[in-house]
Design a protein around this ligand. Structure first.
Ligand SMILES: Nc1ncnc2c1ncn2[C@@H]1O[C@H](COP(=O)(O)OP(=O)(O)OP(=O)(O)O)[C@@H](O)[C@H]1O
Ligand SMILES: [Mg+2]
Length: 396
């Protein structure tokens, strides 16, 4: 991959030169000190990737990115900035940037972003900047809202995150659908790590934009992190105390915005049954209620099922899932069904080796070990996610 660096700081250009020096597949083909020079060098060198600073004297990085992405649509652009403001992020995304690096960044962060950008096979779909209406605009078909599936367990460590990740990957791959995966464990979310994604953006960047009546859907979408499997992750905030900033109003607005842009939304609700969790459970078309074969989990699942009728959730909204099924525990699926008077909609066998290997490598289990019995369980569970309705045919 041929890389061009555009940054007015000689120090940054030198730092990047050193970082890239020993990389076999990455070649630094040029370094420019401002936007104008950057555009000129991009035209001549036609690099695969441009690492672009935002604030530079003369032509700034966003203007330069805009020109480069128009003239060279296959060149990918990664913005670099010390400013974390989401305003910059949005403008950069509109200008065709595909990723963002916050300075100072480490070698790992750089490689991660280059890896992500490199694995995107299609040119960056620049989020259309608002433009004046042009001739003959095709009629937009009425948008069919996304199907929402929430994964919840009244017991920690039951496997909510594992199930949410694997369901999202399965749906994205098998149904060729646009899937958003939301980490609702705002305090200690870990889906970014489970998917080996650098959490350069998170729900924390959105909070102040989700207060009002008017929500900028483009902005919401631009904060999600693309994963090579085709799903998009909304990561949890970077530090635990930020969890307190998230309110139900934010989440209602968030879900509404994403519903108009995605085919499926999978929410890892986790174990807390608070207002935020209820917002997701209320909005869900299906709730995957996860239990493990142990007495406390079974007892809590039974409590939740009793509560769910008080919440006016119809029984068909809830899919009871047995995770970490293991005949050797002596507690069988049939015995649990009998005890809580509810049938399982899915059973995932226990496979601790694959589950742990997947988590530690940051690869979803169904990809880490396709022949695991747990993989078969996840794929079967996918059938319990209702198919999104087809969009009505456009009027002739
Ligand atoms: N089918 C399975 N077989 C064996 N181990 C599993 C299985 N599913 C998940 N695990 C393991 O159980 C542990 C908890 O999984 P996970 O993090 O998905 O649960 P969680 O419900 O999201 O937990 P938390 O309450 O911490 O959010 C992990 O170590 C994971 O590897
Ligand atoms: Mg979890």
């Amino acid at each position: 991959m041929r890389i061009l660096v555009v940054d007015d700081s000689g120090e940054t250009r030198e730092y990047l030169r050193k970082l890239l020096y020993f990389e076999q597949n990455l070649e630094l083909v040029g370094a420019a000190a401002d936007g104008e020079e950057g555009v000129e060098m991009a035209r001549q060198l036609k690099p695969d990737l441009v690492l672009m600073d935002i604030n530079m004297p003369g032509m700034d990085g966003i203007t330069a990115a805009d020109i480069i992405s128009r003239e060279l649509p296959t060149t990918r652009i990664v913005m670099m900035s010390v400013q974390r403001e989401v305003e910059y992020l949005r403008r950069a995304m509109q200008a065709g940037a595909r990723e963002f690096l916050i300075k100072p960044f480490s070698y790992d962060e750089l490689m991660n972003v280059i890896g992500q950008v490199g694995s995107l096979s299609t040119p960056a779909p620049a989020i259309a900047a608002p433009t004046a209406p042009t001739e003959a605009v095709a009629p937009t078909p009425a948008v069919v809202p996304a199907v929402v599936a929430a994964v919840f367990s009244p017991r920690g460590g039951a496997g909510c995150s594992t199930i949410a990740v694997n369901l999202a990957v399965a749906v994205a791959g098998q149904r060729r659908a646009k899937v958003a995966l939301l980490d609702f464990n705002f305090r200690f979310g870990a889906l970014d790590a489970m998917l080996n994604l650098q959490p350069t953006r998170s729900i924390a960047d959105l909070i102040q934009h989700l207060d009002g009546q008017q929500v900028d859907v483009d902005l919401v979408e631009s904060v999600l992190l693309p994963h090579p499997t085709g799903l998009y992750l909304l990561a949890a905030p970077p530090s635990p105390e930020m969890a307190d900033l998230v309110t139900t109003v934010h989440l209602e607005n968030l879900l509404q915005a994403l519903r108009s842009r995605f085919d499926y939304i999978i929410v890892d609700v986790g174990t807390a049954l608070d207002d935020n969790a209820l917002t997701a459970l209320d909005a869900a078309d299906r709730i995957f209620l996860v239990v493990t074969p142990d007495i406390p989990a079974i007892k809590n699942a039974r409590l939740f099922l009793a509560l769910s009728s008080g919440l006016d959730y119809p029984p068909e909204k809830i899919v009871l899932v047995l995770n970490q099924d293991n005949p050797r525990t002596g507690i069988t699926a049939a015995a649990i069904e009998k005890h809580i008077q509810w049938r399982f909609g899915g059973v995932i066998p226990s496979d601790p080796r694959s589950a742990l290997g997947a988590i530690n490598r940051g690869v979803p289990l169904i990809m880490h070990n396709p022949s695991s019995p747990a993989t078969k369980g996840f794929l079967a569970l996918m059938d319990q996610v209702p198919e999104k309705e087809a969009a009505p045919a456009p009027q002739a």
